[in-house]
Design a protein around this ligand. Structure first.
Ligand SMILES: C[S@@+](CC[C@H](N)C(=O)[O-])C[C@H]1O[C@@H](n2cnc3c(N)ncnc32)[C@H](O)[C@@H]1O
Length: 366
């Protein structure tokens, strides 16, 4: 990126872990910038390069977020599916505008602003080694710092009796519902298991803890692959697990194939969203169609699926049973758990439906 700063021409690399495009122009701004003006400039696509106090920048970002939410807040009631799409569009619009507030990192990922924290370790983890001066969205920098803390401290997973350390942009097991389902499903002797879409490796670790001899885990996201490897290693499962970057299945067959795929039909807009949104439901469909070819006889597939898409009208209630039947699979059992998501905003029209969400573990066999 290039811009003028106090009459001097400047250049820097654009840094993003969320695949965000750089703003079209850069304006140098400071502590006197109001949230109203910042939102107006951001709406024109300008990047606002912050030179003031770090904490003031964070306060400005919060004030901008409140304005954007207020502006998008009032609208006529919509059917659930349309409301869901409206909310996603609003979040994308909000992320675009908030992503316009930029900071400059010097060599070594040093943030040279008044009252700036040390961001070097967090940035190294998320963006890799520093390659000289770089501009990035303050919002991404804040995200990198909280991801760094999560990764350092880890998340307790009671069903595993251990902590899982998520990496930035990797789907983290903050929900207990699906992990408990996998922890409690009846498990016979398993020589080889697959964990398709492993994320942090939490389900692979759970299967190993429950007695599977070996697990081969896959994920399409390189960060998830690195994260799962690290977690499995830390938990002492390095010699019984393999993690591969793959679309869906590893080679061969397994006695048990577990998969908690992205569960909401929709287009992912970041690596993290690739854990949540499944473009036109193609990953779920591809998994169900192909899983019989990856099972031993009498192997079993455990598919974790939320019914939120059905509740919101995003998926036909008959679609998944039809996919299962078309793949020649029989449903050996289907156990459900209520959603463990607790903090849902009262003023969101989708909250009553979200409160009814259940997670199911489908035990499928040939
Ligand atoms: C809902 S997350 C589940 C992560 C982890 N298994 C868990 O239960 O916490 C879905 C994961 O599937 C991965 N994924 C999405 N599409 C995939 C594909 N075609 N092949 C392999 N992994 C995929 C995502 O990157 C993400 O890590």
């Amino acid at each position: 990126m290039s811009w003028r700063d106090g009459g001097v021409s400047r250049r820097a690399r654009w840094l993003t872990a969320d695949h965000r495009p750089p703003p079209t122009s850069v304006h140098v701004v400071g502590d006197d910038l109001t949230a109203d003006r910042a939102c107006r400039l951001a709406a024109d696509g300008a990047g606002l390069l912050w030179r003031g106090d770090f904490h003031n920048a964070c306060t400005l970002l919060d004030a901008m977020a409140r304005r954007i939410d207020r502006a998008g807040g009032r609208h006529r009631p919509l059917p659930p599916a349309a409301e869901f799409h409206r909310q996603r569009q609003h979040r994308a619009h909000r992320a675009r505008l908030l992503g316009c507030l930029l900071v400059e990192l010097g060599a070594g990922h040093v943030l040279d602003l008044r009252r700036a924290p040390d961001v070097t370790a967090a940035c190294r983890e998320v963006f890799g080694p520093s390659d000289g001066t770089a501009l990035l969205a303050l919002r991404e920098l804040i995200g990198a710092r909280s991801a760094h803390e999560w990764r350092r401290r880890g998340i307790p997973v009671p069903a595993l009796g251990a902590r899982i350390h998520p990496h930035h942009g990797v789907f983290a097991p903050t929900r207990t519902d699906y992990v408990e389902l996998v922890a409690q499903a009846p498990l016979g002797p398993v020589r080889a298991a697959f964990d398709v879409g492993t994320g942090t490796g939490v389900l692979a670790a759970l299967l190993l803890r429950r007695g599977a001899d070996t697990v081969v885990a896959t994920d399409v996201e390189p960060r998830a692959v690195a994260c799962a490897r690290e977690n499995l290693h830390r938990l002492g499962f390095a010699d019984r697990s393999t993690v591969l970057q793959r679309n869906l299945f590893p080679p061969g067959r397994a006695d048990l194939v577990v998969c908690n795929p992205p569960w909401m039909p929709g287009t992912p807009t970041s690596p993290l969203e690739a854990g949540i949104y499944d473009r036109r439901g193609t990953t779920l469909a591809a998994f169900v169609r192909a899983v019989p070819d990856h099972l031993t006889q009498p192997g079993e597939a455990w598919l974790v699926v939320s019914d939120l898409p059905e509740l919101l009208g995003l998926r036909d209630p008959g679609a998944l049973p039809a996919l299962v039947a078309a793949a020649g699979l029989a449903v050996r059992d289907r156990v459900t758990a209520p959603s463990s998501v607790r903090h849902l905003p009262d003023d969101d029209p989708l909250t009553p439906l979200r409160r009814r969400e259940t997670i199911a573990l489908w035990r499928l066999g040939r």
